[in-house]
Design a binder for this molecule. Structure first.
Ligand SMILES: Cc1cc2nc3c(=O)[nH]c(=O)nc-3n(C[C@H](O)[C@H](O)[C@H](O)COP(=O)(O)OP(=O)(O)OC[C@H]3O[C@@H](n4cnc5c(N)ncnc54)[C@H](O)[C@@H]3O)c2cc1C
Length: 396
């Protein structure tokens, strides 16, 4: 195989976006993917592009800037990735949740993001199928959705137009370093690719690729399961989540919900969104079960139970499909988007947990800026790989 300026490992939403943005900078790019395009987590997830579930600060900034890029790319790209901007609602079950939600929405609005509270009357007016006893929620105007596999295909299509080459069924098997420890080549089943740069975009499998250059990447798979309902009339009009989702995602130990043992056991928080064809995507749980990508009947039961609590009419709707995916989890819930000091020429764009679809567009752009040595659009020190070394040193 010939030489390339840069080799991107993995063609999920992140690798595809990185490849596109690098090709746009004029680099000669190869993407090598173990399976097919979007055959990892990017084909077993929801379809949301959100800021409503992000922490104030860099987390929200990444989500917001990404949505803005998607909006632009939806106009420019030839492959339709089904971008739709319908806003989102976080629903609260109790006055206590509403109190926390108010503080959160205020912090985000103070930072300039389009978030505001909705009262009981307003949430039911815009979403008439929500349970009567829900007390209110947060409205986030900029939130959107896109079909994740189509996002990956769209980025790949555009990258190819700019000259990128894509090799599927082509796992990376090893990485050759020169005598100074600089990246020299990617070794694959199909031969060796000479390159000075490798970008590791292998999601939950990126630790395997990290081992090839002798580094430990602290990403763990955090499983989530999804139910897909039959086509119906539009049961909901946009993404809706329970505010408890926020607390489940960030493992807030100070807050307990009144839920069944089953829901508690599997850390289930209700999320729902309509597809363009009026199926509903219903989720989800968050569990550490290794690399297990199988559905579990007990978890599916818990998902259905929680969904019916928020949208009672769902008890009359059939589930036609279910799947499980693995979120690339990092302990501080922020992705790694950076070079690796110890291995010149080796970069990581991975660890987006439940936000990889939302953040793919901006991740690709930032990574392309890092690679060509430009100043990044905003400060991303918090996304550096070296933060883990610093944290270790601080605790020793
Ligand atoms: C249930 C669930 C719901 C979710 N909902 C949302 C949501 O609504 N919004 C959102 O923003 N995010 C969501 N996420 C998170 C999102 O799906 C992920 O963050 C995102 O898909 C990660 O993309 P990725 O490209 O990093 O990883 P992947 O899509 O897993 O891509 C990595 C690729 O690397 C390839 N690979 C692995 N090893 C090798 C190797 N040795 N050589 C070559 N290739 C290799 C794999 O085959 C794979 O294709 C959800 C996740 C789950 C599980």
């Amino acid at each position: 195989m010939k030489a390339f300026d840069t080799v991107v490992v993995g063609a999920g939403v992140i690798g595809s976006s990185v490849a596109y943005h690098l090709a746009k900078k004029g680099l000669n790019v190869a993407v090598i993917e173990r399976g097919d395009i979007a055959s990892g987590t990017s084909s077993s997830c929801d379809a949301s592009l959100l800021i409503c579930d992000k922490k104030p600060g860099i987390d929200t900034k990444l989500g917001y800037e990404s949505i803005m890029l998607y909006k632009k790319y939806a106009q420019e790209f030839s492959y339709d990735f089904e971008f739709a901007q319908r806003g989102s609602i976080y629903v609260c079950e109790t006055e206590q949740e509403l109190e926390v939600a108010r503080e959160y929405a205020k912090a985000q609005a103070d930072d300039g993001y389009p978030m505001r509270m909705m009262d009981k009357h307003e949430i039911h007016e815009v979403e008439p199928n929500l349970a009567d006893d829900l007390v209110g929620g947060i409205w986030t105007e900029c939130d959107a959705s896109a079909t994740p596999m189509a996002v990956a295909f769209a980025f790949i299509e555009e990258a190819k137009k700019l000259g990128a080459k894509v090799f599927t069924q082509c796992p990376i098997k090893g990485i050759k370093l020169d005598e100074k420890g600089h990246v020299e080549a990617a070794i694959t089943d199909k031969g060796e690719i000479k390159t000075k740069r490798i970008i590791n975009c292998a999601g939950v499998w990126s630790p395997e690729v990290g081992k090839m250059v002798g580094i430990d990447i602290p990403i763990k798979p955090r499983q989530g399961q999804i139910l897909i309902t039959e086509r119906t009339f539009n049961i909901v009009n946009r993404k809706i989540q329970e505010f408890g989702y926020m607390l489940s995602k960030f493992e807030d130990v100070n807050y307990t919900r009144k839920v069944s043992e089953l829901v508690e056991k599997h850390n289930v928080a209700f999320v729902i969104e309509p597809t363009l064809s009026d199926n509903c995507i219903v989720g989800s749980c968050r569990e550490f079960v290794g690399y297990d990508r199988k559905n579990d009947i007990e978890v599916m039961q818990a998902l259905a139970e929680r969904a019916i609590r928020f949208v009672p009419i769902l008890k009359d709707v059939n589930v036609i499909r279910a799947y499980a995916g693995l979120r690339p989890w990092v302990v501080d819930h922020l992705p790694i988007v950076s070079g690796v000091e110890e291995v010149p020429g080796f970069y990581i764009a991975a660890g987006h947990e439940g936000d990889g679809i939302s953040m793919a567009a901006i991740t690709g752009k930032l990574m392309s800026q890092i690679v060509v040595g430009e100043e990044t659009d905003f400060n991303i020190d918090k996304l550096s790989f070296s933060r883990f070394k610093k944290a270790k040193t601080a605790t020793n």
